[in-house]
Design a protein around this ligand. Sequence first.
Ligand SMILES: Cc1ncc(COP(=O)(O)O)c(C=O)c1O
Length: 394
Amino acid sequence: MTSHLMNTYGRLPFALSHGRGCRVWDTEGREYLDALSGIAVNTLGHAHPKLVPALQDQVGRLIHCSNYYGAPMQETLAGKLCELSGLDAAFFCNSGLEANEGALKIARKFGHDRGIERPEVIVYERAFHGRSIATLSATGNPKVQKGFEPLVEGFVRVPLNDLSAIESVARDNPNIVAVFLETIQGEGGIHSTRIEILQGLRRICDERNWLLMLDEVQCGIGRTGKWFAHQWAGIRPDVMPLAKGLGSGVPIGAIVAGPRAKDVLGPGNHGTTFGGNPLAMRAGIETLRIMEEDGLLANAAAMGERIRAGLAEALHGVAGVKEMRGQGLMIGIELDRPCGELLLKAAQAGLLISVTADSVLRLLPALILSAAEADEIVARLAPLVRDFLAAAQP
Ligand SMILES: Cc1ncc(COP(=O)(O)O)c(C=O)c1O
């Protein structure tokens, strides 16, 4: 059959039709355990019994109305995000790249407001911030950038977890206005910024009057066991882009800002047609409410620990398993060779996962995962990894 879709994705040879909890079914009726949750999006799994009626109610009231009018639900969700993060104000958009694009605009305007005409932002090797022209320029992956040059200027790239690299950029470059990084790199292969590095970055940004901008699009919203991954370091960013898990499947993005960044954008500086629409706001409000009500942060921490311990035991001594990384329900298992073919093999074994950075198996299950489902992920994945490593040459 001729496809009329642009050829932008390598898709698996089946389509999903419906889901419930952490299970999904394809159009042929085959069942899968979903350990990917739409790439960290379906925080509450599928067809959550508390979320579905709330969204149905909202669809029957008001889906969209534009930002011409007062926005009480935006106020409610912004208030909740500020309460949870300790920050002060939010702007709503529709996706991760949009949240990051807005953060980059804040950084540039912050610089201009201080008389810096060519503001520059420190970004990281292996980073992923999206696929718009500015966010792919901030991304540290040549494959994402290739073919889209000229890239946006104004980025200086450094290795992760290296404060001396930042100090040396600071000495040489008076145009730096912000440091922009994922608290835990997702697409780059599940690499965490160490706690003392986050604390060091906070200190440097305070000393230099730079903005600390933490992209929590993938690692935020409870996935690591705290509302936001940087909270493990006891710090606050100045700007925090969010998206993915915030709407539990309904498209949404947010830029949350602290005192130094919240007033940088003024009337006419930024806007979006769909951003902050009542359906997305209701999804965000209900997602956070249900997460609190059902203790899903603690569950994410405990189930993440359970999967990691289970995999460590099941894969103990298996040659070719290089490292297991991540926190809570954001887990990466690095193998010593490219393992893209495990995507289909896992699906054939009834398990949905992802492979990122060529050789890293990535698990991002819903935060409602049960202990039995956590054990099932281990039981399905471990033999696949063992067989794959036994069969393939590095
Ligand atoms: C850390 C991070 N930032 C930004 C994005 C881009 O988000 P979106 O695909 O919603 O534009 C992603 C997507 O994977 C991400 O993981």
